[in-house]
Design a protein around this ligand. Sequence first.
Ligand code: PMP
Length: 566
Amino acid sequence: MSLFSAIKFRQQFPLIESFNTYEVENTNGLSGLVYFDNAATTQKPQQVIDSQNIYYSQYNANVHRASHQLSSKATFAFEKARNKVRNFIGANNIKEIIWTKGATESINIVAQSLARNILKRGEEIVLCASEHHANIVPWQIVAEQTGAVIKVLPLTVNGYIDITQLDSVITEKTRFVACAHISNVLGRINPIEQVIAKAKSVDAISVIDGAQAVAHLTVDVQSLDCDFYVFSAHKMYGPTGVGVLYGKKVLLESMTPYQGGGEMIKTVSFTQGTSFNSLPFKFEAGTPNIAGVIAFAQSIDFLSPFLVDENKGYSRYEDKLVKHCYQALAKIEQVKYIVEGTPDIGVIAFTVADHHNHDVATSLDTFGIAIRSGHHCAMPLMEYLNIDGCLRVSLAAYNTIAEIDYFVDCLKKVLLDDYLVKNNAKEEIILTSQSQELENIIALFAKTKGWDSRHREIMLLGKKLIRLDKTLRDDKTLISGCESYAWLKSEQDAQGLYTFTADSDAKIIRGLLVIVFSALNNKTALQIHKFDINDYFTKLGLLQHLSPSRGNGLLAIVEKIKMLAK
Ligand code: PMP
């Protein structure tokens, strides 16, 4: 067994290694990268990348179907990976390991193939307040289908499931208890042993979402004695598009698959109907992600030695990173943790006074630092904590203390009130006539090089937005699909020209609104619909950073404008 070495560990990740220049000032787009978004997905070590290549270049074939050698080789590797997962989580039987696309699909299978068939009106599903949407929405759908009711376990002030509330929330009416082993926002290891035991005591079925746990803890499903345990490969150094549904055999056998197709059947006949294949195949309709599954086995080989008890170096190093980051951030006056206390894994969530999360994250991006802002697919948690969203730093064992120090320094710079002023653009844009304004913006961005300078210009442009009156912020003007809040109102004059006014709580969005308005204000509906916004953003050199995706809200803004201009 190889002992953990932080340096050697990091060297296994080609993407991380190739972006080792974060100390150099980032003036030309992505010249450096500090990747602190590991809770979303981890980077991949070379052996995982290689194994996909080897499969495709040396033994690509479909599994289980053919009698030729190539298929046998692929099937052998595919099933070997299943056995690896079985060992990795200590499952009793290989039939209990179902391949899925990820934790999300795994939960949906339990909801649709089991819960939907057994839940009765008024029976209860218990979730925790900090669940990821993946462990909420499938239950809401099944509750809607069956008339079941969702109940929510509250949290302690430190963000753990409050076990003092178990007896009052989990009762004889409870049929399912579904909760995360570790929340993707709070980074706390939940007391799932107690939750599972309580579920068992009322004959409820326990479903544990291990998406954030498997890269950090040794999981043994038999000693946990949970009914289901789900996770995704991509959060544990494996490929995307592969996940696992572990379930107790007796339960899986009782379930009816909710997807049909090839591979999951024993016989199909127009006259006799269909009989399903045995476990685990009856839940694996269609051609699976063979390359992904095979590469997943490599990520387990890569990670497992570090999770074993005798090799404390890995978790000690992860602890060191999280403590260092937590303490350094705590020294910044404006930083407020969303719950108190150092997290158990490297997932640190906070807000900063007087700054929109989105602005902080995009500003840090100009320094080559990738952190996340928003609701982190946990909107009910945001509501529970009474916040609109937060920032999240999520660390992996290839991160370093130097990266954390660099991040904290950059955050301090971003938070300096005069940061934007000091780094001000040399040239003031004068907003005059509409066409002039568009030309000025294009000319300005043509001279501006690099994402950091362009970002600064967008933030400065935001100051020029004529802001919508606060009284007009309502459901009608709200732009849905924006990560931050944005409101938009339109007026049409006698010539049929539209004027838009808007506002947002994020500076970056205010800047984007000015840019979009310079193109679309004072135009007819036809002109608005004909305007090529992608081309405009390409001209400005912004498309690669601000592609009109849902994340930055640009698409939502443009779509709302088009909707209003009919
Ligand atoms: N649960 C938790 C706690 C997560 O963090 C995530 C991913 N962010 C999921 C479920 C869903 O995982 P996936 O998107 O891989 O299905």
